[in-house]
Write a new protein. Structure first.
Length: 164
């Protein structure tokens, strides 16, 4: 995906994924941006131990990591089918989603997230993770709302032209 001059570091767009439709929409928007900017994509799914009253964790913590890994596989399949780009990087991380994505933003040129994921309340316009990364990320952040991007491609930019 990336084209660069000698000595130039590759551009990187990090996409936070949780398997929600909004995160898939964010990925689709990031694909369009990456194609237009010649940037590489890095997908990040984050899992964390659930908060439970007793302070103990269930014995099968691998289940949470598996769900995160599955969300990456499903997202790639929804966007690229069986052939994702060879340069695509995808990672599963453990921790607070906001903290992990803010850390990932340190080496990114842009961070793209959905406006709300699986958590939160249906009435919120902006989820706690997207709000935190928008405030604290070390790079520009794009928060994707319910905007259909599947019809837009790099070959069909939404740009008006003036005729002379």
């Amino acid at each position: 995906m990336s084209t660069m001059n000698a000595g130039e570091k590759p551009k990187k767009i990090v996409v936070g994924l949780d398997g929600s439709e909004r995160s898939i929409g964010a990925l689709r928007r990031a694909v369009v941006l990456a194609d237009a900017l010649g940037a590489d994509l890095e997908l990040v799914a984050v899992w964390q131990y659930p908060s439970i009253g007793s302070g103990s964790y269930p014995a099968d913590t691998e289940l949470f990591e598996s769900w995160a890994r599955d969300s990456l596989v499903e997202a790639k399949a929804k966007v690229w089918g069986a052939t994702p780009p060879a340069s695509l990087q995808a990672y599963v991380r453990n921790g607070s989603p906001a903290r992990v994505l803010i850390e990932e933003s340190r080496d990114a040129d842009m961070l793209v997230v959905g406006s709300r994921g699986h958590g939160g309340f249906a009435g919120l316009m902006l989820g706690s993770v997207s709000m935190a990364v928008a405030e604290h990320a070390k790079c520009p952040v794009l928060v994707v709302h319910d905007v259909p991007v599947s019809a837009k491609t790099a070959s069909q930019p939404a740009v008006a032209t003036a005729q002379g």
